[in-house]
Write a protein that binds this ligand. Structure first.
Ligand SMILES: C[S@@+](CC[C@H](N)C(=O)[O-])C[C@H]1O[C@@H](n2cnc3c(N)ncnc32)[C@H](O)[C@@H]1O
Length: 212
C-alpha cells in the first residue's frame, strides 16, 4: 500500500477524524432533509439508494435511539419511511422504540412501509437464511406476530405480502413508488430461494399513521 493511503487509513481511525466525519455527514443529511419535498426516508438502507429518497443507515440514524431521530427530524414532518429487512436485527423492545419514533416523525397520514423475513414461510433454504441468529437476526416475525406490534405502536396496518399459518402466500397490489421492497414477489430474483413463481419473499406491511 502506498504510504499516503496507509496514513490516511490510520487517520480515519482516529476518534477526532471520526467525529469530524460524522458531523460533516450529519450536516449533509440535514441539508438533504431540508430540501426534500416530499420527505421520503430510507432507514437502515445498507446499499440501497433510491431517487427521491433520503438515505440513512445506523451510523447516521440509529432507529432504536430517540436522540438520533431528534438530531435530524421534527415531529410530523416525514411523508414516507421505507424499512426493508432491518427490524429483524433489533430486539422486540428496540423494535417498539423504533416504531414509536417512526410514528412520532411521520406526518398524519404518512406511510411506513416495512419488510421483514416471514416465519410462516418454512422451506429449508429460506429458514436457513432467515431464522435467528442467522445473518444477525434477533426475531423471526410472521403476519400474526408483527401486525399487532404495528397496531400497538399506533399504526393502521395493511399486510401486502405474507404467508399465512397454513403456508399459503398472499399478495395485495402495491406501488413501488411509495417504497421499493426488493425482497418481494415481483422484484426478487435470487434463484437459491426459488419456490414456484416466487423467489425470496418477505412479510411486507404498510403501516399508516392515522389522521386523528
Ligand atoms: C440486511 S441489511 C438491509 C439493508 C437494506 N435495507 C436492504 O434492504 O438491503 C440490515 C440493515 O439494518 C441496519 N441496522 C441494523 N440496526 C440498525 C439500527 N439500530 N438503526 C438503523 N439501522 C440499523 C444495518 O446497518 C443494515 O444496513
Amino acid at each position: 500500500m502506498p504510504l499516503p493511503e496507509k496514513v490516511s487509513g490510520l487517520v480515519k481511525r482516529v476518534p477526532f477524524y471520526k467525529d469530524l466525519r460524522q458531523r460533516y455527514d450529519l450536516d449533509r443529511l440535514r441539508r438533504a432533509i431540508a430540501a426534500a419535498n416530499p420527505l421520503n426516508v430510507v432507514i437502515g438502507g445498507g446499499q440501497r439508494l433510491y431517487d427521491g429518497w433520503v438515505f440513512t443507515d445506523k451510523d447516521l440514524l440509529d432507529i432504536a435511539n430517540p436522540v438520533s431521530w431528534q438530531k435530524l427530524f421534527v415531529p410530523n414532518s416525514i411523508d414516507r419511511i421505507l424499512c426493508e429487512h432491518v427490524l429483524e436485527h433489533l430486539s422486540i423492545a428496540e423494535c417498539r422504540v423504533a416504531l414509536a419514533q417512526c410514528g412520532l416523525y411521520l406526518r398524519p397520514g404518512g406511510l411506513l412501509r416495512v419488510a421483514v423475513p416471514d416465519s410462516y414461510r418454512r422451506d429449508t433454504a429460506y429458514v436457513a437464511e432467515a431464522a435467528p441468529p442467522n445473518a444477525g437476526h434477533q426475531v423471526f416475525y410472521n403476519v400474526d406476530t408483527f401486525t399487532p406490534i404495528l397496531i400497538q405502536a399506533g399504526f393502521d396496518a395493511t399486510p401486502l405480502e405474507y404467508f399465512d399459518r397454513d403456508e399459503q402466500f398472499h399478495a395485495e397490489p402495491w406501488d413501488e413508488r411509495e417504497g421499493m421492497i426488493v425482497r418481494s414477489a415481483r422484484f426478487d430474483t435470487q434463484k437459491e430461494f426459488q419456490r414456484g413463481d416466487l423467489h425470496y419473499t418477505s412479510l411486507i406491511i404498510d403501516a399508516r399513521k392515522p389522521h386523528r
